[in-house]
Design a binder for this molecule. Structure first.
Ligand SMILES: [Cu+2]
Length: 311
């Protein structure tokens, strides 16, 4: 009787934790201090991942944790030395062994169905309206738009200060130092350090974007949590994935290289700027720039780089 009351209260506590973890899911973009849920979803794939986690995995995990905890407590109380002076000599119980083998098999089989459905949903790319190519490098990302010949491939690097200047500085001091730069140098401008780049990937909202991912050197991974995108960038191979940001979700989304790739792995952020379809058209027609470029420097590499820098 006491045990069953204990089970009910443990269950209630864990169910409360689960609902609060759902409630903890941030409504902001990007990672937020104190978050314990996933980042807010903005694509159909991430919607499916979030539901699979919240409505299948978390409830099943909670049920298992509650069951095992209650069983452990029951065994510790019921079979303690005082209450059970003559211990049982049983070593095998066929029924029990069959049960603890079959029940996990059934749980995994039940999980396999929605899991496979989700994998195929991620894997099969719908008819794409835009293709972007992402190339991992040591240590930054290069973006190109094979559909738009007028947009030169451009490199997207972290907004940072030199490693030598960072020595002994706190996170906040590094941010202050970057923000103190002249306005014409890459600055954070309110964006998070280790996520902000000097040239984000620009894509239109409500559009199926096919992403081709490869690498120039070692293995990286292109990952944007709010899109449900994470795919390895492997040299000599092109991996494909896709995302479609929901209408009305224009904004800036962040990710980071997610396959440990070397000394500056932590310093190759992914910043994706999602703009309206019209704004993207203008950006693309303008050679990959939001600003009208006035440059004295004609016909050199410097122009190509500056015209791709998002102003
Ligand atoms: Cu990396």
């Amino acid at each position: 009787m006491r045990i069953s009351r204990l089970a009910v209260s443990a269950g209630a506590t864990l169910a409360g934790l689960a609902t609060s973890s759902l409630a903890f899911a941030s409504n902001k973009n990007g990672p937020t201090d104190g978050d314990i849920g996933f980042q807010r979803s903005v694509t159909p794939v991430m919607d499916a991942i979030t539901s699979f986690n919240n409505y299948w995995l978390v409830p099943i995990m909670i049920a298992i944790v509650v069951f095992v905890t209650v069983l452990m407590i029951y065994i510790m109380v019921r079979f303690r030395e005082k209450a059970n002076p003559v211990p049982s000599k049983t070593t095998h119980h066929v029924g029990l062994e069959v049960a603890w083998t079959l029940i996990p098999v059934v749980i995994l089989a039940i999980l396999a169905y929605p899991s496979m459905k989700l994998l195929y949903f991620q894997d099969v790319i719908p008819e794409s309206e835009l293709v972007v190519k992402v190339t991992g490098d040591t240590w930054n990302w290069e973006y190109s738009y094979p559909d738009h010949e007028n947009i030169d491939p451009y490199v997207s690097s972290i907004v940072d200060i030199a490693t030598a200047d960072k020595f002994g500085l706190s996170h906040a001091q590094i941010i202050a130092k970057i923000d103190a730069r002249p306005a014409d140098e890459p600055r954070l401008d309110g964006r998070p350090y280790l996520f902000a780049s000097d040239a984000p990937l620009v894509v239109p909202v409500d559009t199926v974007v096919k992403v081709l991912v490869t690498s120039n050197n070692n293995i990286h991974a292109f990952a944007v949590p709010q899109f449900g995108v994470k795919i390895d960038a492997v040299p000599g191979r092109i991996n494909e994935t896709w995302f479609k940001v929901h209408a009305g979700e224009e904004g800036t989304y962040y990710g980071q290289c997610s396959e440990i790739c070397g000394i500056n792995h932590a310093f190759m952020p992914i910043e994706v700027m999602v703009v309206s379809k019209d704004e993207f058209k203008r950006w693309a027609a303008n050679g990959g720039s939001f600003a009208v470029q006035i440059s004295q420097n004609t016909g050199s590499g410097a122009l190509a780089i500056s015209s791709n820098t998002v102003q």
